[in-house]
Design a protein around this ligand. Sequence first.
Ligand SMILES: [Zn+2]
Length: 295
Amino acid sequence: MRQINFNKLLDEIPLYTKAKVSGFLCEHIIEDQSHKLGIGITATNFKSAKISEKLQPRLYCDFENCKSHTYFEFLHGVDHWLKLTEINEKKVSFRCCNCRRSTYTFFLEINPLVDSKADNTTDFEIQKIGQIPRHGKRIPTKASKIIGKERDLFFKGSLSENQGLGIGAFSYYRRVLDLQKDKIFDEVIKVLKLTSRNEALVQELTDAKAETQFTKAVDKIQTALPDGLLIGGHNPLKLLYSALSQALHSHTDEECLELAQDIKVVLFEFSEKLDSALKESVELNEAVNRLARKN
Ligand SMILES: [Zn+2]
């Protein structure tokens, strides 16, 4: 089970996916309990904790003036006390600190892993069991280009991912990459053709398009991608390859969900890299042409 912070749970983790979370409790209550412990009251008396109302998670605000990750503040008026002796179902609501318009409500099932004296180092097992608005990152415009006509399948992958259906999400994303392989390779070729010296790789990519599967096509490519297209020093095609070539039957649903999320993250980042490589080249060409005219 993943160990994450409260912000990541709200922002990134799909419904019905359990994670270990700590660091979201009200400090006042913890200090008060520590004080009482100091004067001899035994720890077993502290069978409750409270979600901190000072939490300000960064979530995506879809309001027209924000359209980015902004800080969200707690909306009060709901009981945020947790009983440590049982599984709690809690509703937490937040409002964007910037526009003060958009809100999020999460329904959480919080399972304390201790039965008394919890503090901000104590792990709780938490899963989201509901969320308004619906969980899921929108497809960035740049990635839409690569996903192209397969956006329905990609959307089904996202829906599966949001519901915590790992095998489903993985299968949909794999299908999208198989079907859009030519488009992805063509985008890479477009970037490679901006500079000379890439002829060998362009040829390999062109030949590899004849394969029906994304993984088989990537397998044929021997030449390294230019540094500008690498993600964290790694070739994104190979990263996608290693995620996609995992055998479904040897992984749990939870492992498939992680793989599906990794595939999506790499695909989104790769489309950013391709786009900025094209843009940089256009800007560079314009600068070169302007200066050349002055000679
Ligand atoms: Zn906002």
